[in-house]
Ligand binder design. Structure first.
Ligand code: 1YM
Length: 634
């Protein structure tokens, strides 16, 4: 029988605590949480590379659901630890046994990761660690949440060095989850951009797929990737600098489109909510352009370019390295940098380098500046026009065009008002007749709207349906769009719960993404969720059901007779029913459209809505599960 001493009981208690509350350590126990296990182990391999050992990481997804992460660093130490256990046993069974990077180096732990390899072990059915070091191959095996199954032993001779970790996530904790090749590839590509010269392989043994990520000019290649397919105005601008131990590296490039794409990272971890470094960067470029414009008499004395003017069409990646002692993250998801010094340092490095670049590259400088000046002029003209429309003083008031289709809200508190974009005239009619007239406006749409992936402002102006949406919202379009001017606090897409309805949703989202992106960024775009069924019973009356699963659950609880109605579309509901289930703020369930990763969203929209068929087919095959519920015959 195994002998338990005080310390082994403590270890088991520690790992047991992880199994009891996995969410506290990895955020959640869904697919996202399960991928945290991978990031945790990969981060250890990345740390080793950042410290100067090794240059390659290989990730293999196995058919049985387990995953292997291999690096060619020094290999985890294999000696005995003071506790009498082998060092690998300590690293993989004791919480926070990292102990690395105590002084000096940078740690790749932002937000949730950095919890330690033992957390991965605690949440695995089994884990196998093989170390190539000191001419030997050593192996240790754990099972059922971190119990040592086979202690560390030599299993062969090694010529190379490195660490290989394989684990199978415990199905009791991660229910119905599997690793996603696409998710892992996306993340590893991002890491490869941030680690110039490093090679990362991702291999899927089940589907026999393989990807290799390697970039010699990291951030420059990253910006080129973001701007791939766009018409760019100049080669990528790249600079770096450091102060007080904080290192700043930036790559940026303007294209002729008007969206801004700024991505930032701190110690190789994405800061999705920005923070002080992004603020400093923005201030830096605004100052540099204003200075340049003034000293070249391109702006009048009392005039200046706004931040939004100089960011039109800008793609940029900002990467900071901050010593641990200065690190400060904020926000619920810890995705926002709080370190105050990062602002002024990023600002001055950006300002100095950009100023120098503009002075040295007159042609590029004038092209970018011209664009900013145009953006400024267009923004001001558009604002003026909108003010006139609102006051009703416009000569050529576009409101006329709104015709009879839009049923306006009577309330003047724009923030409280809601615009429903409704599929079909029949549902539109129901929604018009039964709504809160003070706050709810209805705009019926006839069928499919234009796919805007490749549309220009001009195309929108020539498209009756989209022009109506533009005028109804009344806040401009594209570069001139300003969510502050929106006539509605919420824009709600309401379509049938079928394939055509989904198609209309994605077409509209593409339109908003391309032409009113701040509306999505500000969380003002929503999707209504109409019920699929109603069930009428003797004693409970009529209840509405959103999904097939819910219907099955409900059926089980009903005794006696019941009558089910399936709503094939919004038009099949009575007007009062539609209001009660889908529009009434007290009962309805709205899905907010959000944008967590701008660069990825950009690629996805391009992929899914663009004109290249093969990559789209491939993506759909890999990422969409077709089920019987998707009945394409209808
Ligand atoms: C596939 C995962 O963990 N590689 C790795 C980890 C470590 C070392 C080398 C290492 C570090 C040091 C000295 C040191 C370590 N990780 C940990 C902990 N790959 C992977 N490669 N020698 C080797 O920091 O001094 C401890 S050692 F705790 F973070 F897991």
């Amino acid at each position: 029988m195994a002998k338990y001493d005080e310390s082994s009981i403590k270890i088991l208690e520690g790992l047991e605590a992880v199994r009891k509350r996995p969410g506290m350590y990895i955020g959640s126990t869904d697919k996202r949480g399960m991928h945290h296990l991978v990031w945790e182990i990969v981060d250890n391999a990345i740390d080793e590379i950042i410290n100067g050992y090794g240059d390659t990481i290989k990730i293999t997804l196995h058919k049985d659901g387990s995953i292997t992460i291999l690096d060619n660093g020094r290999g985890v130490p294999i000696g005995m630890h003071a506790s009498g256990k082998s060092t690998p046993e300590v690293i993989y069974t004791i919480l926070h046994a990292g102990g690395k990077f105590e002084e000096g180096g940078y740690k790749v732990s932002g937000g949730l990761h950095g919890v330690g390899a033992s957390v991965v072990n605690a949440l695995s059915k089994w884990m196998d660690v093989t170390i190539y070091k000191e001419g030997k191959i050593s192996n240790i095996r754990f099972a059922n949440g971190g119990n040592v199954e086979i202690p560390l032993k030599t299993i062969g001779e090694a010529k190379k060095t490195g660490t290989m970790v394989t684990f199978l996530p415990d199905a009791e904790i991660f229910k119905n989850c599997s690793f996603s090749y696409t998710t892992i590839c996306e993340r590893m590509q991002e890491s490869a951009f941030l680690l110039s010269g490093v090679t990362i392989y991702v291999i899927d043994e089940e589907d026999k797929k393989e990807a290799k990520f390697h970039y010699e000019n990291g951030l420059i290649n990253f910006v080129e990737y973001i701007n791939d397919g766009k018409k760019t105005l100049h080669p990528v601008i790249h600079f770096d600098g450091s102060k007080n131990g904080i290192e700043v590296e930036v790559a940026l490039q303007y294209s002729d489109n008007y969206n801004e794409n700024i991505l930032s990272f701190v110690n190789n971890v994405k800061t999705g909510d920005g923070g002080t470094h992004e603020v400093g960067f923005k201030t830096g470029i605004t100052k540099a352009f204003n200075d340049y414009a003034r000293s070249n008499n391109l702006l009048k004395k009392d005039q200046s370019l706004d931040g939004a003017d100089v960011r039109e069409g800008l793609s940029a990646v900002i990467s900071l390295k901050i010593p641990e002692a200065y690190l400060q993250f904020e926000g619920q998801t810890k995705g926002k940098l709080g370190t105050p010094e990062a602002r002024s340092i990023t600002e001055s490095i950006t300002y100095e380098h950009l100023k120098f670049f503009l002075e040295e590259n007159k042609e590029a400088a004038l092209t970018i500046l011209n664009k900013a000046l145009q953006s400024k002029a267009a923004r001001e003209a558009a604002r003026k026009a909108r003010e006139q429309v609102r006051k009703g003083t416009g000569k050529n008031s576009k409101e006329r065009v709104l015709s009879e289709k839009l049923a306006k809200a009577t309330g003047k508190n724009y923030a409280l008002n809601e615009l429903f974009l409704v599929e079909g005239d029949s549902a539109g009619g129901s929604a018009k007749s039964f709504r809160n007239r003070e706050t709810q406006a209805i705009l019926p749409l006839r069928g499919k709207v234009l796919n805007c992936e490749k549309a220009s402002d001009h195309d929108i102006e020539n498209n009756a349906e989209l022009r109506q949406i533009e005028y109804a919202i009344g806040a401009g379009l594209g570069a001139n769009f300003d969510p502050e001017d929106s006539n509605y606090g919420k824009v709600i897409i309401m379509t049938d719960a079928d394939v055509d309805g989904s198609h209309i949703q994605i077409l509209l989202i593409t339109f908003f993404y391309r032409f009113m992106r701040p509306l999505i960024e500000k969380g003002m775009l929503y999707i209504a969720t109409p019920p699929l069924y109603s069930i009428e019973t003797g004693n409970q009356g009529k209840v509405y059901i959103a999904t097939d699963e819910e219907l099955e659950e409900k059926k089980k609880t009903i005794k006696g007779n019941y009558k089910i109605q399936r709503f094939k579309g919004l038009g099949e509901m009575n007007a009062d029913e539609l209001y009660e289930t889908t529009m009434d703020p007290h009962n309805r369930r709205l899905l907010r459209v959000n944008l967590t990763d701008a660069a990825l969203a950009e690629k996805r929209i391009h992929l899914l809505m663009g004109d290249q068929v093969e990559p789209r087919k491939e993506w759909i095959n890999e990422n969409v599960d077709f089920t019987l519920e998707d009945d394409f015959r209808k």
